[in-house]
Design a protein around this ligand. Structure first.
Ligand code: F6P
Length: 544
């Protein structure tokens, strides 16, 4: 499929349709159609998705689906699942779906079935996790491992960190789990504060094993361990690695027998189902981890097989694209009403923004007349309500929101869950329907106050109501849902959602600046005037 999406007849039909929809209020759409609330929904696995509070009609959905068909979404999905090299700029397959494929599935990359190797690594992880959890694996001094510290950044951190927090209830509570990502030494210092090196295991996660932040933290971890244990042999008992790069792992000093393999066909931000999730597997146990993979797999199968009308990830992707490209919405807020999901939005930021933050298409042509990925942000409800919802309700910006609520609480205490969910539902109601000036006046509000207390409404939301409590299986479903939503959008925008060249330049420049900050003598600087001045001042204030 070639050509700019914005030049397709299906796109132009949506532009015309937008002109009709733009002036319509959700109040009217609901008043005209009593069935809307029940009809504009999908019931998929453990998720009930209500998208009726969006500025759409049946015709909108139909036109959006035609756009997806024109873009060849179905063929794109097949290309991904069958291992085609759709990451064209790196000439790689995109096979995070293979990480949750059952043992008997065949998915080939360059003529080789990758599923057996996925299961070999999963089995090795399970064996290791069991040995850590049972105490069979001992530290260098013979003590049991009580603390696990994942060292990694981006996709080698956010997935396991988010999922560990999400599934803490299912975790081994006699152990501690920490995630060190920032090269700011505070991250490491605070993570190890009060810990006994003899009881601490570091999992160094880096797909490339060249990432500056991770290697700096890994070297510091090594020093911290050896300073206490005094014997190089301790590394073998206190460090394992997850990487594609065996040479660098061994150069660092970790025996490759203690390395868990990953593959270039798994993108960092799609990798926590791989050995990158080892810390999570130790926390929740191999059975819990496999249950989570089954949740991913169930959503994968849905995405691959459900027709577009019933396809939840595709529908969420299309609705997001509708606001992004036709209403000019710049952002997308994700609001989980579940404290355990407090890191979900950070995780989704990388998933979405690193995938779809692109301005050239798959053929390298500039994208200058339509928008690609949105800015993703949010916090768990109800905290966000008392911070920034004001702007969503009464500000000047259009912010489509995903609300995620659970029918059953993870911790059932008194009335908490009903209070939580009442807030979740009330917010979507208030955002959609607002409060008219007449309604405000009818409450006896003084005329000069009326405008301030009026809620315009017509703010779009999608509600994911999960039928159960948050479990590993359900987390897998939710994450796969968002992965495939991002895929849907990227495919229609004709971008490569699987590379991230945009993060390279900053890394290269940082490597140039490091020696300039560290030089004993005043270095000759050849940056721009601002950067030169900041470097000079940093050196001065630091006491160089
Ligand atoms: O800087 C971006 C990035 O390349 C991410 O895509 C990736 O998840 C992260 O860095 C970490 O990379 P690695 O796992 O190779 O250390």
């Amino acid at each position: 499929m070639s050509g700019k999406p914005s030049s397709w007849e299906e796109w132009k039909a949506l532009e015309r349709h937008h002109a009709e929809i733009d002036g319509r209020h959700l109040r009217d759409l609901f008043a005209d159609d009593e069935e809307r609330g029940a009809r504009m929904s999908l019931d998929v696995l453990d998720l009930y998705a209500d998208f009726s509070k969006n500025r759409i009609t049946d015709e909108t959905l139909d036109l959006l689906r035609r756009l997806a068909e024109r873009a060849g979404l179905r063929a794109g999905i097949e290309a991904m699942f069958s291992g085609e090299k759709i990451n064209v700029t790196e000439n790689r397959a995109v096979l995070h779906v293979a990480l949750r494929a059952p043992r008997d599935e065949v998915i080939e990359v360059d003529g080789e079935n990758v599923v057996p190797t996925v299961h070999t690594v999963l089995d090795a992880m399970a064996d290791f996790a069991d040995r850590i959890r049972s105490g069979a694996w001992k530290g260098h001094t013979g003590k049991r491992i009580k603390n696990v510290i994942n060292v990694g950044i981006g996709g080698s951190d956010l997935g396991p960190a988010m999922a560990y927090e999400a599934l803490k209830k299912f975790s081994e509570r006699s152990m501690t789990f920490q995630f060190v990502s920032n090269v700011d030494a505070t991250a490491f210092a605070e993570a190890v504060h009060g810990l006994d090196p003899a009881e601490t295991l570091f999992i160094i996660c880096s797909k490339t094993f060249t990432t500056l932040e991770t290697l700096a933290n890994a070297h510091t971890a090594r020093r911290w361990t050896l300073d206490a244990l005094g014997d190089e042999a301790a590394v073998a008992k206190h460090f394992v690695a997850v990487s594609t790069n065996a040479d660098e792992v061994s150069a660092f000093g970790i025996d490759t027998a203690n390395m868990f393999e990953m593959w270039d066909w798994v993108g960092g931000r799609y990798s926590y189902d791989s050995a990158i999730g080892l810390s999570l597997m130790i926390a929740i146990g191999p059975d819990g981890f496999r249950d989570m993979l089954a949740g991913f797999r169930a959503m994968d199968e849905h995405f691959r097989t459900a027709p577009l009308e019933e396809n939840l990830p595709a529908t969420l992707g299309l609705i997001g694209l509708w606001y992004n490209d036709f209403f000019g919405a710049q952002t997308q807020s994700i609001l989980p009403y579940n404290q355990y999901l407090w890191r979900l939005t950070s995780y989704l930021q990388q998933l979405d923004m690193e995938s779809n933050g692109k301005s050239v298409d798959r053929d390298g042509a500039p994208i200058d007349d339509y928008q690609t990925g949105p800015i993703v942000w949010g916090q768990p409800g109800t905290n966000g309500q008392h911070a920034y919802y004001q702007l969503i309700h009464q500000g000047t910006k259009l912010i489509p929101c995903d609300f995620i609520g659970f029918a059953k609480p993870s911790n059932d205490l008194g009335d908490h869950h009903e209070y939580l969910m009442a807030n979740c539902l009330a917010q979507t109601e208030a955002l959609a329907f607002g409060k008219t000036a007449e309604e405000v006046r009818a409450e006896g509000v003084a005329e000069e106050q009326v405008a301030h207390r009026t809620f315009q409404g017509n703010h779009p939301t999608t509600t994911l109501l999960v039928k159960n409590e948050l479990t590993p299986h359900i987390l897998g479903q939710i994450i796969a849902l968002y992965e495939h939503k991002v895929f849907t959008q990227g495919w229609i925008w004709r971008i490569n959602s699987f590379d991230q060249w945009g993060v390279e330049l900053g890394k290269v420049l940082a490597k140039r600046i490091i020696p300039e900050l560290q030089a004993k003598d005043e270095p000759a600087l050849a940056h721009d005037g601002s950067t030169n001045e900041l470097i000079r001042r940093f050196r001065r204030y630091r006491g160089a």
